[in-house]
Design a protein around this ligand. Structure first.
Ligand SMILES: Cc1ncc(C[n+]2csc(CCOP(=O)(O)OP(=O)(O)O)c2C)c(N)n1
Length: 200
């Protein structure tokens, strides 16, 4: 989840239930410094987000999220605890948001210098560097992989642009693993669309 989620009441209720019922859950928070345009320190009375489970006696810790291996190790450890001891935990992965919250957010609430510094610590480049240092990959491999991924992404964008819009009656398909009580049926969705004046 994002850091913004940790200020919502439902999240705190979920922590309480997870601890009471000893559910094997890892709450993995990506703390990228901002919830929409709000700095974490301005939106959360406790900006050390991993501490937010203390009211429920839930273990929490922070990891450098830009360090892929450190993050993997922390998740492994907490996963083992969750599975073997039924101990839920919070893991806060520190990060930085390169762009605005969405395409309509020009991110004027932060300086260009801050963004420049944040971008300088790119986790993908950091890991590529670590792999190069270990002699596992070289410049050629990095270039070829970058080109291949770029091609794949462009193809996916073209596929999406050339596809028909989804149908309104398919709105709830593939959203939940199990049936949800009171979920609108396809007929309800169609009826709502008709009432809204859409052609269905
Ligand atoms: C239940 C709910 N409340 C409020 C919102 C409105 N909202 C959309 S994004 C957001 C903040 C998200 O913050 P974060 O997860 O840190 O995402 P980031 O800004 O880093 O993309 C809020 C409050 C929402 N989508 N859902």
């Amino acid at each position: 989840m994002g850091d913004g989620t940790t200020n919502i009441g439902a999240w705190h209720e979920s922590l309480n239930m997870a601890k009471l019922y000893q559910l094997p859950i890892i709450y993995f928070i990506v703390n990228n410094g901002y919830g929409m345009g709000l700095k974490v320190e301005r939106g959360s009375a406790e900006p050390d987000l991993y501490k937010k489970g203390c009211a429920f006696r839930m273990h929490g810790e922070r990891v450098e999220g830009r360090d892929i291996l450190a993050t993997r190790d922390a998740v492994r450890r907490l996963r083992q605890r969750a599975e073997e001891e039924g101990e839920p935990a919070i893991l806060e992965a520190m990060s930085y948001r390169f762009r605005g919250h969405s395409v309509v957010d020009p991110a004027r609430y932060r300086s260009e210098e801050e963004v420049r510094q944040g971008r300088a610590d790119d986790p993908i480049q950091r890991y590529a560097h670590a792999l190069s240092e270990a002699g596992l990959i070289d410049e050629d491999w990095i270039r070829q992989t970058t080109d291949r991924v770029e091609r794949e992404v462009q193809e996916a964008i073209e596929f999406a642009n050339n596809s028909d819009n989804p149908r309104i009656e398919d709105l709830f398909d593939f959203m939940y693993a199990t049936p949800v009580a009171n979920m609108p049926s396809k007929e309800d969705a169609l009826e709502a669309a008709r009432i809204a004046g859409m052609e269905v």
